[in-house]
Design a protein around this ligand. Structure first.
Ligand code: FAD
Ligand code: SIN
Length: 538
């Protein structure tokens, strides 16, 4: 079936939904989501969204905290822009009906998280993402200019390549005409022709064994954009959250928000040592790369499976009131966090790199925008500052909406787009092949491309990924369309890009820590070394 629209939005998280609501004022929108509207990384966000609200905080402090966390690779112009525009975008979220907690004096109650020098994180208890999604999905569902297609899986972006013209990365003439999508319920491939396309497909945590991300996070958007010959940047920087609940067998891992440490929680080894001060003067509230690496080191040195997050000294009622969801989750596995330390381990959490965009979310392909976790805007550099990602999503969705809305009257649909070329005839009923390859990929990434890397581990990862790539491409070429197989193929592409970029970076920086290049440009000497670094994938 063929559909025509002004805007195609791939993804229903904060980036996709806020963009859709804004461009719906300019034209018709189709918004697709591969499961249901709510199942997104956004839904699971706990700590909140960063924005300067009151003195003694100020914009410069937020800028400096972001730059320091980014370990010299942030684009300072973008950082300043995002931090400046944050308060305005918070107003938009509130205007759409999102609630943030307030104190009795009517001021917003602000969380503090690692790397932040002030309390500046607006939140709704410990379920900020779910509250934002509640507000936005209601608006999106009610908007008459927005058509929602759930269980619709984007397979590939449509470019000149599909009309028989070869395209090369770096060619400024490449244009996006929309996407081929798979209607899962009807097992039908659709062609969605669109004047503007936004990729807002979120993260890629599912390429690792242990992750806080829901199963939708398989890196589809990055893989699609890369196949369409867009540039990607900073993909070697995968952020591990230091504190996911240690509960073997649970997947995804349940997050214990960094805001718990901001509220006074202290990291300790199992025998009670407060180890973080050995690694950073900021202790348990150092930036994430440093805390995750410190925990990893302690676990390896001690041969233990978890460290503890101790909150037993915090006043119990305020702890429960502030983190009701986390408290209940711990209780459900027999841990009363007001009385017993919570066992925690690092887990793959956030993809700092992604599809390269400019300050308006424009990719290197015409009429293709990207926003949210799938994009690399220059804000995060080598390590994202906590709670800057919801902010990035809403700021760039806004900018992309304004930019594309202005452009819309000049654009036409491309005609004569061929139908999807589905030559495969075999039903990929050998699910065991797909499941096993997915597991292998996750093991490779966890064992060789995790928090600590070496040249030999990266080389081994590349060799193993290549075998998986060959096998999967062969299966894909013979098979009819299957979501699991497409996700595996996309995950392999993303894993390959991470390893390739990691091998090219001959230093340790931010989240990329390579024992063979220990000359880390760490947060402590970072103030001297700000620079905008670009390492695009050709
Ligand atoms: P998402 O919200 O992940 O949405 C992705 C969408 O893309 C989904 O609708 C999905 O179905 C769709 N999609 C993907 N592939 C396809 C495809 N092939 N076809 C069709 N649709 C597709 N950040 C903060 O700033 N503050 C926090 O407190 C915070 N807490 C977090 C807690 C957890 C547990 C997690 C996992 C993340 C947290 N983050 C937090 C990170 C933040 O939530 C995400 O970076 C952000 O929500 C990403 O939003 P997004 O709109 O880019 O993507
Ligand atoms: C958290 O609540 O710790 C997650 C915050 C984030 O990932 O930005």
């Amino acid at each position: 079936m063929e559909h025509k629209t002004d805007f195609l939005v791939v993804g229903s998280g904060l980036a996709g939904m806020s963009f859709a609501l804004k461009v719906a004022e300019f034209g018709k929108v189709i918004l697709i989501s591969k499961t249901n509207l709510e199942e997104t990384n956004t839904w699971y966000a706990q700590g909140g969204i960063a924005s300067v609200m009151y003195a003694p905080d100020n914009l410069e402090k937020h800028v400096q905290d972001t730059l320091i966390a980014g370990d010299g690779l942030c684009d300072e112009k973008i950082v300043r822009m995002v931090v400046n525009e944050a308060p305005e975008q918070i107003k938009s979220l509130i205007g759409w009906g999102a609630n943030f907690d307030k104190d009795t004096d009517g001021k917003f109650n602000l969380n503090r998280e690692g790397g932040h020098s002030e309390h500046r994180i607006l939140h709704y208890k410990d379920s900020t993402g779910a509250e934002i999604m509640r507000a936005l999905s209601g608006r999106v569902r009610a908007h008459q200019n927005i058509t929602i297609m759930e269980r619709s899986f984007a397979l590939d972006l449509i470019t000149q390549h599909h009309m028989g013209t070869p395209v090369f990365r770096g060619n400024p003439e490449i244009e996006c005409y929309g996407a081929y999508t798979f209607d899962i319920a009807n097992r039908r491939i659709d062609t969605i022709l669109s004047k503007i396309t936004l990729l807002a497909t979120g993260g890629s945590g599912y390429i690792y064994q242990t992750t806080t991300n829901p199963p939708i996070a398989t890196g589809d958007g990055i893989a699609m954009a890369y196949r369409a010959k867009a540039y990607v940047d900073h993909v070697e920087f995968f952020q591990f959250h230091p504190t996911s609940l240690y509960n073997p067998g649970e997947r995804p891992s349940f997050l214990i928000s960094e805001a718990v440490r901001g509220f006074g929680g202290i990291l300790k080894t199992q025998d009670g040592e407060e180890f973080m001060k050995k690694y950073d003067a900021r202790g348990s509230l150092a930036s994430r790369d440093i805390v995750a690496r410190a925990i990893d080191t302690e676990l390896k040195n001690r041969g233990e499976d978890f460290v503890n997050l101790d909150c037993t000294h915090i006043e119990p009622e305020s702890l429960k009131a502030h983190f009701p969801n986390i408290y209940q989750k711990c209780l459900s596995i027999g841990i009363d966090m007001t009385k017993t330390p919570v066992p925690v381990v690092p887990a793959a959490h956030y993809f700092c790199g992604g599809i390269r965009t400019d300050e308006n979310g424009k990719t290197t392909i015409r009429n293709l925008y990207a926003a949210g976790e799938v994009a690399c805007t220059g804000l995060h550099g080598a390590n994202r500052l906590a709670s800057n990602s919801l902010l990035e999503a809403v700021v760039f969705a806004h900018r992309a909406a304004i930019d594309s809305g202005r452009k819309l009257p000049l654009l036409k649909h491309q005609n004569n787009i061929p139908r999807w070329n589905d030559e495969g005839t075999r039903n990929p009923d050998e699910m065991v092949l797909i499941t096993q390859s997915t597991r292998e990929l996750q093991q490779i990434m966890t064992n060789y491309v995790g928090i600590v890397r070496t040249n030999a581990r990266l080389k081994r990862a590349l060799d193993r990924i290549y075998i998986l790539y060959r096998e999967t491409e062969e299966l894909y070429s013979q098979s009819t369309v299957s979501v699991k197989l497409c996700e595996l193929r996309n995950a392999i592409k993303v894993a390959y890009l991470i390893v390739k970029h990691a091998r090219q970076r001959k230093e340790s920086r931010g989240l990329h820590y390579n024992l063979d290049h220990p000359n880390s440009c760490t947060a402590s000497n970072i103030a001297k070394t700000f620079s905008s670094g670009v390492s695009s994938s050709k």
